[in-house]
Design a protein around this ligand. Structure first.
Ligand code: MEV
Length: 385
């Protein structure tokens, strides 16, 4: 693994575990308890409070990817992953990218949609749609009254609309779509609470039978974007390698078989940060793949050559939270969030997008060259020395 020459993390991979923890502690100011959390992990008691029928705690390696410069800020990336070369690949890609300005990122508002499924009994779908639209203000107000703390923090129900599903094998139905600005939480519980709380009123207003009341993991309105560029006339990247990377990109655009693997590489990075920070990675996976399939399944990243630059971009929906869920009480998760220094859920999603883009660059760089088996082999041999 290669680290930034000027960084105190240079040669991080050569240090012992305890030297790495010392360096990390010095950089982010870890307490004794936070350091201990790496060794002790989740206790049986804490695990027993999380899910049912607990018999143990399952461990995975936690590592730190180095060299990331995200929006001008050096960022250490905690990653939990079982696959060798993922952390090394991310760090190596980030080192190259950091020489050319690092990652520039953005994140939209934390929007999450809930759905109330209704089955018409007396009224037509078009009439139902009109009723909901003309009652939107009242329903939004009622929805917000169910989550006063969220409203106090600046979030709450943003809009309520209707998607008509007129022809199905069980007759017509509709989705009453409740869009919520969820603030810093992932938001599943809050959105479910709002949908359940609005269900009776929606049923009464529309004279319809209410069936499901649940959030949607289709996250097309919660996008994080990361961009980077690398000079094609540099020791890091020749024009020929850049052109091969673009060919690999186009391969993923044209072949679903390839796009799925391309995206798996992106998710190697995103999922590893999701695990380290206690996110619902199944929700992330479901949302990401639906987004990748919005116009026929395709790659989440885009690489192109412009002038002397290879430019990369990722656009990815990420429903992540830095409060609620296990973020508060899982000792390692809390420490990982501290290492990242995130203040908002948007910060976390921007970082995850950057890691996904770095991971994709690392994979493509390796694939257009000697191939992953050879480079993984080299890394392993170095580790075993
Ligand atoms: C392996 O975990 C990920 C890769 O297959 C991704 C890719 O092919 O782009 C190397």
């Amino acid at each position: 693994m290669i680290e930034g020459e000027n960084s105190s993390f240079s040669g991080f991979y050569k240090k012992t575990i305890s030297e790495r923890v010392d360096l990390l502690s010095a950089r982010v100011g870890l307490t004794k308890e936070e350091r201990m959390s790496f060794e002790q992990g989740l206790s049986m008691l804490q695990a027993d409070l999380m899910i049912e029928n607990v018999v143990g705690v399952y461990e995975l390696p936690l590592a730190i990817a180095t060299n990331f410069v995200i929006d001008g800020k050096e960022t250490l990336i905690p990653m939990v992953v079982e696959e060798a070369s993922v952390v090394a690949g991310a760090s190596k890609a980030a080192k190259i990218i950091s020489k050319y300005g690092g990652f520039i990122t953005e994140a939209g508002p934390s929007l999450l949609k809930g759905q109330i499924q209704i089955i018409p009994q007396n009224l037509d779908l078009t009439v139902i749609k009109k009723i909901i639209e003309s009652s939107e203000k009242t329903l939004v107000k009622r929805g917000n009254s169910l989550v006063p703390n969220l409203v106090k923090r600046g979030g709450g129900v943003v809009s309520i609309g209707v998607t008509m599903i007129s022809e199905t094998r069980v007759g017509p139905m509709a989705s009453v779509d409740v869009l919520v600005n969820i603030g810093e939480a992932m938001g599943a519980n809050i959105v479910n609470k709002i949908c359940e709380g609005l269900a009776d009123e929606v049923g009464k207003l529309t004279q319809a039978r209410v069936n499901l009341k649940i959030l949607s993991n289709h996250l097309d309105q919660r996008l994080a974007v990361a961009r980077c560029q690398i000079s094609t006339s540099s020791e890091d990247l020749s024009l020929e390698i850049a052109q091969r990377i673009v060919e690999a990109q186009v391969f993923a655009e044209e072949s679903v078989d390839r796009a799925v693997t391309h995206n798996k590489g992106v998710l190697n990075g995103i999922d590893a940060v999701a695990l380290a920070t206690g996110q619902d990675w199944r929700a992330i996976e479901a949302g990401v793949h639906a987004f990748a399939a919005r116009e026929g399944y395709g790659p989440l990243t885009k690489w192109k050559i412009e002038g002397d630059w290879l430019k990369g971009e990722i656009k990815v929906p990420l429903a992540v939270g830095i409060v609620g869920g296990i973020t508060q009480f899982h000792p390692v998760v809390a420490t990982c969030l501290k290492i990242l220094g995130v203040k908002t859920s948007g910060d976390l999603s921007r970082i995850m997008a950057a890691v996904g883009l770095a991971q994709n660059f690392a994979a493509l760089y390796s694939l257009v060259g000697e191939g992953v088996q050879k480079s993984h082999g080299k890394l392993h041999r170095r580790k075993l020395k």
